[in-house]
Design a protein around this ligand. Structure first.
Ligand SMILES: [Fe+2]
Length: 294
């Protein structure tokens, strides 16, 4: 496959770790201009209390403002099931276009049904400013970003390659973390293996930035590695593990995993590009809990 990675361009990458959801968000700055993109932002939720807030996103807003950056893109690598996106909040403060993979329409269709959404919930991805196809590219200032479709964890998963850096979403975890689950609707362990191979076909020195880290075996949280390191050491796919081995392992493992704590609010919000469902006549907003449905 051809990925026109321009490895000589080395974006400045600033990470923001959210300990509540073990998510890492990124501000990615074009080295040649003041333009930047945000990848996978987090909106805070106290689910038990029914409260959302923006402490995480405000750290990103402050960083962008203090450094005089111009936010051009607010990227979602996929529809997250474990945290809420702050994309609309960031856009309201700083501008930029919200982009996600075109597979979002499949996710909207599935979860529009699960949450019994009415016809006012559009399943055409129109809540987002840009729907990316495999191989699309876009500009962050003078830096070209490339989009690689990496289904398997979800159908809308995209890896974004910017210069020598790749934002892998939930295709890969750090080498000692392995890979993400592939058992959500539209997920597929075999597809995930093939998608991971696409990432591992990038140049060895490519910097890989994770969306999640859980500090396996008590180590400190980490989020950056390289293609060479993943190829050699990833516990699920490294060292030449075959597709058959991976699918067998992944399928068995996924059957033992609980649902993510925030899957119910996350999907309802993230399938709307990070917006809440419409308020009722009195201006109150509600999220649903389907019973015995998921
Ligand atoms: Fe995910």
């Amino acid at each position: 496959m051809s990925m026109g990675i321009t490895a000589t361009v080395k974006p400045v990458v600033k990470a923001f770790f959210d300990p509540a959801t073990n998510t890492i968000s990124y501000v990615v700055k074009d080295p040649a201009t003041m333009a930047c993109a945000v990848v996978d932002s987090v909106m805070d939720i106290d689910y038990a209390a029914g409260r959302i807030s923006h402490e995480n996103a405000d750290q990103i807003v402050d960083y962008i403002q203090e450094n005089g950056l111009e936010l051009q893109w607010v990227i979602e690598t996929h529809v997250h099931a474990d945290h809420l996106s702050a994309a609309p909040y960031l856009q309201s403060k700083l501008g930029g276009k919200i982009g996600i993979g075109s597979g979002i329409t499949v996710v909207q269709d599935v979860f529009g049904k699960v949450f019994n959404e009415g016809t006012e919930f559009q399943r055409d991805g129109s809540q987002f400013d840009q729907l990316f196809e495999d191989g699309d590219s876009y500009m962050v200032g003078e830096m070209q970003a490339q989009v690689v479709h990496t289904p398997g964890h979800t159908p809308a998963c995209m890896v974004h390659v910017m210069g020598d850096a790749a934002f892998v979403g939930d295709t890969l975890f750090m080498p000692d973390g392995g890979s993400a689950r592939a058992d959500f609707p539209g997920g597929d362990a075999g597809e995930l293996y093939d998608s991971i191979q696409k990432v591992l076909s990038l140049p060895d020195e490519t910097r890989l930035f994770m969306c999640h880290d859980y500090g396996p075996n008590g180590r400190d949280i980490q989020w950056e590695t390289t293609v060479a390191d993943e190829k050699a050491h990833n516990i699920h796919v490294g060292g030449g593990k075959t597709k058959e081995e991976f699918v067998q392992f992944r399928t068995k493992r996924d059957a033992e995993l609980d649902m993510p704590k925030l899957i119910i609010p996350s999907l309802q919000v993230n399938m709307r590009a990070g917006e809440m469902p419409p308020a009722d006549e009195e201006g109150n907003t509600f999220l649903k809990v389907p019973v015995n449905a998921l």
